[in-house]
Design a protein around this ligand. Structure first.
Ligand code: PHE
Length: 348
């Protein structure tokens, strides 16, 4: 091989080694053995040589070409190796790291109570209904025999929304689930319109409710569950049976005592607070208020679109948050709404 070829090979090797990337390497390759690379040009120059010269010149150019291709192949390989090494490093897996812990989820204790309430009442033939949390003034108050300026309105300090209803009165965040009494009755009547005999209304309506109240036993957002049973011959005795059965099943205590204590609500007459008493455990002997109740007021029956001479029944409203506290022995209502995983985990 001539000196010229030797130095060409040497400079190609040098160029390949200096190529830091595959793209640079391909550029370098083109400069030597590409279509118009330096070695290719030398081959083209052979045309003018004699047959004898072509042989020896051709042989040495071929040798040079082989040497360059070898160097190119080696550099390609080493660049590929380096890239792989980098990639492996980037994706390296430290098998000594502790595993990622995924805890099973669970239902919130109040959700557990809600499900339990729904199950027990479903067993007594009650439908479960859902209603809006942003309510009209008529549904939250007036339809429940509690018109504007009625003193009973001050029983609840209510949140109002910055939007007026058709009556010009702002919407409210419902302070109780009682608006569901009239809402459900309307839907029920509509559903059975035109049929010979309308079935009794038997429904519970659990959901979120809001009041301007905040301490260890009151939260501005809390839960209620409304109950309504309206028919042609439904009495206070039925309320006692249904609610006693519910409480004993809910707390799994056959010896649970119930007391109906006279009270006032504009939408029931007569009205009663329902207190329960455990015979065992840390709360034994104490009377604990769990619900408001009463016989549905004739004005409310009328607002449902029914004749109070024909339809009679009872309603109650209970606090699932309170029931959850009693069932699990939780002493601060706020724990339910803080979202502290250490607290919630215990109910999983
Ligand atoms: N709505 C009442 C309250 O929030 C409870 C209640 C419901 C009372 C139904 C009587 C009948 O205090």
């Amino acid at each position: 091989m001539s000196n010229e070829l030797d130095s060409l090979v040497a400079s190609a090797r040098q160029a390949f080694v200096e190529a830091a990337t595959a793209a640079q390497l391909e550029d370098a390759k083109a400069r030597y053995i590409g279509k118009s690379g330096r070695l290719t040009e030398l081959m083209k120059g052979m045309a003018a040589l004699s047959v004898e010269e072509k042989k020896t010149r051709g042989a040495s150019i071929n040798l040079a070409k082989q040497a360059i291709e070898e160097a190119l192949g080696a550099r390609r390989q080493s660049l590929a190796d380096a890239e792989l090494a980098l990639q492996l490093q980037a994706e390296s897996l430290d098998v000594t790291l502790p595993g990622r812990h995924r805890e099973p989820g669970g239902l919130h204790p109040v959700s557990l109570t809600m499900e339990r309430i729904e199950q027990i009442f479903a067993g007594m033939g009650f439908d479960v209904a859902d209603g809006p949390e942003i309510e009209s003034d008529w549904h939250s108050f007036t339809s429940l025999n509690n018109p504007p300026n009625h003193p009973a309105r001050s029983m609840q300090d209510t949140f109002y929304v910055d939007i007026n209803g058709d009556d010009g009165i702002p919407y409210n965040l419902r302070p109780h689930t009682s608006p569901m009494q009239v809402r459900y009755a309307h839907a029920h009547i509509k559903k059975h319109a035109g049929k010979p005999d309308m079935p009794e209304i038997r429904v519970i309506a659990p959901g979120r409710t809001y009041r301007v109240d905040s301490d260890a036993t009151h939260s501005p957002m809390f839960h209620q569950c409304e109950g309504l049973w309206l028919g042609r011959n439904v009495s206070f005795k039925d309320l006692k049976v249904v609610f006693t059965n519910f409480c004993r099943t809910f707390f799994e205590r056959e010896d649970l005592a119930l007391r109906f204590r006279p009270s006032f609500f504009p939408f029931t007459e007569p009205s009663a607070e329902i207190d329960i008493q455990f015979q065992q455990g840390p709360l034994a002997g104490r009377w604990l208020e769990v619900a408001g109740s009463g016989q549905v007021h004739p004005n409310v029956v009328r607002n449902m679109g029914l004749d109070p001479e024909e339809y009679i029944g009872f309603a109650f409203g209970m606090g699932p948050d309170r029931l959850t506290m009693l069932r699990y022995g939780v002493n601060d209502l706020r724990l339910f709404f803080d979202g502290d995983i250490r607290f919630l985990r215990q109910f999983r």
